[in-house]
Design a protein around this ligand. Sequence first.
Ligand code: ZN
Length: 252
Amino acid sequence: MRIIRYQNTEGTATHGWILEDKVGEVQGNIFGEYRRREARTPLKETKILAPCEPSKIVCVGRNYIDHAKELGNEVPKIPLLFLKPPSSIIAIGEHIVLPAQSKQVEHEGELVVVIGKRAKNVTAEQAKEYIFGYTIGNDITARDLQKSDDQWTRAKGFDTFCSFGPWIDTEFDPSDAVVTCRVNGQMRQMASTRDMVFNVGTLIAYISSVMTLEPGDLIFTGTPAGVGELKNGDVVDVEIEGLGKLSNPVKA
Ligand code: ZN
C-alpha cells in the first residue's frame, strides 16, 4: 500500500491511500487503527504534502563506500549518525531554497525508512517489525559549511533542506533497488541499495541502541557517489526503482 498526506477539499491535511491514479482518505492513525475510504479523488488534483510528520530525522553519513571516497573520507567502522531538524522538511514540488550563507549546496538522493512503532534496543533481526515503510529522500547539504564547521547541524539543517516523499510504500523491498539522482535531467548519482555499508536492519539496531525511535521517525540511509551542486533554477529528481520519484525545484 502507498500512503500519502494531502490537503483535502476543506484545506486540512489528511492521510490518503493510493489506488492506481486515485486517492482515498485514511481515517484514524496510519500507525495504529485506521479505516480506508473509497479511492475517488484523482491523485493529480491533490496537493501532496510530506507523507508524515517525524519527531526526528536520523541520517547516516558515508554509508556507500564510493561516496565516502569521493569526499576523501574513510568508510566508518560503526554507523556515522547526525540529525536534521523537522523544520527543514519540504514536500515534492516545493522549492529548495539556497541559503546566502553557503556557496556550495548539494543534493544527496537517499532511501528513507519510516518507523512504524516505538523502537528501543531492537536487534537487526527484529528490525523489520518496526518498519512502517519506505520513501525517497533528498538530504540537501551545504558542503562548504559541512567542511568548515566541526559538526553538521548548520550544513544539514537549513529550512527546505529535507525533501521526502511523495508517498510511503509499505511493501517495498530495500535489499537491491537502484537509487538515481538527476539534475535537469542529467544523471548525477546511481547505485544499488545493495552497496550500503550498513543495511537497514543493522542501522535500526544501532540507532535504537542510542535513541528511542517513534512512529513516523525517518532514517535517511546515506547517499551514493556523485553528489554535486545545485544552482538557482535547477530541478532535482531522486528516483528509486519500484518506489517512485521525488522532484524539487531550486531557487536562490
Ligand atoms: Zn545524506
